[in-house]
Design a protein around this ligand. Structure first.
Ligand code: FAD
Length: 437
């Protein structure tokens, strides 16, 4: 029989339960990606993710060709397109991976209804986005999800990992029309954006696991060191499987253990969003904060002109690369919500536009964590940008990398340039005063 393997956020051939099931059920498989109108409309405002997606689809097509197949790409509404392809290929079933966003829930319901009408079965495979699924880890006593990370993490550790699957041996694709692969080359975005797909991601992963991961526990917050894995966009688009990464990380070593803990945060936020889909845009915990409306301060923050070098360096890196290390995300986000008093949704929207790895679960719930409306157990924590800079960028390497105006400012004033004997005229004075200036 013929089956359709419908790719969504699982753009890989290795350890892909959805693809493996489709290949084992069907003598022929249509590996399909739908460039969905709704998705395009939303991500048109996110050129970095569009460009990464194009690169990931190109590498997926290459990987399928190496196994005798190819990727079939079609444009349109996902439900209409799958229905059309099912008719054209006489497909008896469609395989898809589960996801946690409200959009994917709607997509699955509509697909199921439409396919039922033509006697075609929809098989939903458990989410391959996270390593541990919400259904595998119940907090018990009437609660539907874990609201605090530490107890979640303790239990998360004990869930047995699924054994990663090999890439399918052979993919036989029936004759069906494919549109050309999208390239989105016209989308404006970050000039220094790094793109790739499964093959590039696997190389990065191999290099990471055999090298810098060892120092992750001690260096991950060093802003100038580029000491984190940079795997987030590959995880976001499913070019890499979280299960496979976990199965390969040697947690007997402290570096790998600290890294695995971060992957648990990712699963944690996905289970929160799955239980509370409204947490994408509504406060997870009501704190009755009165946010300030300050368009000028928001514009300065977005453009990296707050006058606080470490904050501005992060925001400029975000525009230049479409990515920031976690520490810079924490500092810049805290500055917006805690120092400027601006609503977390304003910052989350800016990050969603620029971040190549942005997704509703990780972005919105991390923003809520910083804002104190989320799963944080210390909602009043404020990160002082000067102290943070001195601790995580002691020599100012990060600041100098992203703020050329401060290249010649001496080390002792690089994080407080207003105190430098020859203050740079092109770098703005601080937007506001924070404690410890
Ligand atoms: P590493 O430090 O190498 O960590 C490995 C992986 O663990 C990451 O790739 C990521 O998948 C996961 N991870 C690490 N930290 C976190 C975390 N705090 N929460 C959830 N997962 C984590 N991450 C995203 O993937 N998408 C986002 O949209 C996003 N928005 C964020 C917004 C704010 C305000 C903050 C504070 C954090 C955000 N993060 C987001 C989490 C984190 O900053 C990034 O995952 C990380 O910086 C990616 O770089 P890396 O791959 O080198 O991470």
């Amino acid at each position: 029989c013929v089956t359709i393997a419908l790719f969504t956020r699982d753009l890989r051939v290795h350890d892909n339960p959805m693809l493996a099931a489709a290949c084992s059920e069907g003598a022929a498989v249509v590996p399909l990606f739908v460039v969905d109108d709704e998705l395009i409309e939303r991500t048109a405002a996110a050129p970095n993710r569009m460009r990464f997606l194009a690169a990931a689809l190109a590498e997926l097509d290459e990987a399928l060709r190496a196994h005798g197949g190819r990727l079939v790409v079609r444009h349109g509404d996902v439900v209409d397109v799958v229905d059309e392809v099912a008719a054209e290929a006489h497909a008896e079933s469609v395989h898809i991976a589960a996801d946690v966003t409200p959009y994917s829930g709607r997509r699955e319901r509509r697909l199921r209804e439409r396919l039922e009408a033509r006697n075609c079965l929809l098989h939903t495979h458990r989410s391959s986005i996270t390593a541990v699924d919400r259904a595998e880890l119940s907090p018990g006593t009437g609660r539907d999800h874990f609201a605090v990370f530490t107890p979640y993490y303790k239990r998360w550790h004990d869930v047995p990992l699924r054994k990663p699957l090999r890439a399918p041996h052979e993919v036989v694709v029936p004759r069906v029309h494919s549109d050309p692969l999208p390239d989105f080359a016209d989308s404006e975005g970050s000039p220094e954006l790094r793109v790739g797909g499964e093959a590039t991601g696997r190389k990065l992963l191999n290099r990471w696991l055999s090298g810098s991961i060892e120092e992750y526990d001690t260096r991950n917050d060093e802003l100038g060191a580029d000491a984190t894995s940079r795997l987030s966009p590959y995880l976001h688009f499913g070019c890499l499987s979280a299960t496979e990464i976990l199965s390969r990380a040697d947690t007997a070593k402290p570096g790998a253990e600290a890294f695995v803990r971060q992957l648990a945060w990712r699963d944690f936020y996905h289970q929160v969003l799955s239980a509370r889909p409204d947490a994408g845009w509504h406060d997870y915990r009501q704190r009755n904060v009165r946010w300030r409306d300050d368009p000028k301060a928001v514009a300065a923050w977005c453009e990296g002109r707050t006058g606080y070098p470490v904050v501005d360096a992060g925001l400029r890196q975000l525009r230049a690369e479409g990515w920031m290390p976690n520490r810079a995300r924490l500092i810049t986000a805290s500055f917006l919500v805690k120092s400027l008093g601006v609503d977390w949704r304003v910052g989350a929207r800016h990050f969603l536009h620029w971040l190549v790895d942005a997704d509703v679960a990780n972005n919105q719930l991390n923003w809520q964590w910083v804002a104190g409306t989320g799963t944080d157990t210390r909602p009043n924590r404020v990160l002082n940008p000067i102290l943070q800079a001195q601790r995580h960028d002691p020599e100012g390497a990060y600041v100098r990398r992203w703020i050329p105006e401060l290249a010649d400012v001496p080390d002792d004033t690089v994080h407080r340039p207003w105190r430098a004997p020859l203050a740079s005229s092109s770098y703005p004075p601080p937007l506001i005063e924070v404690k410890g200036m």
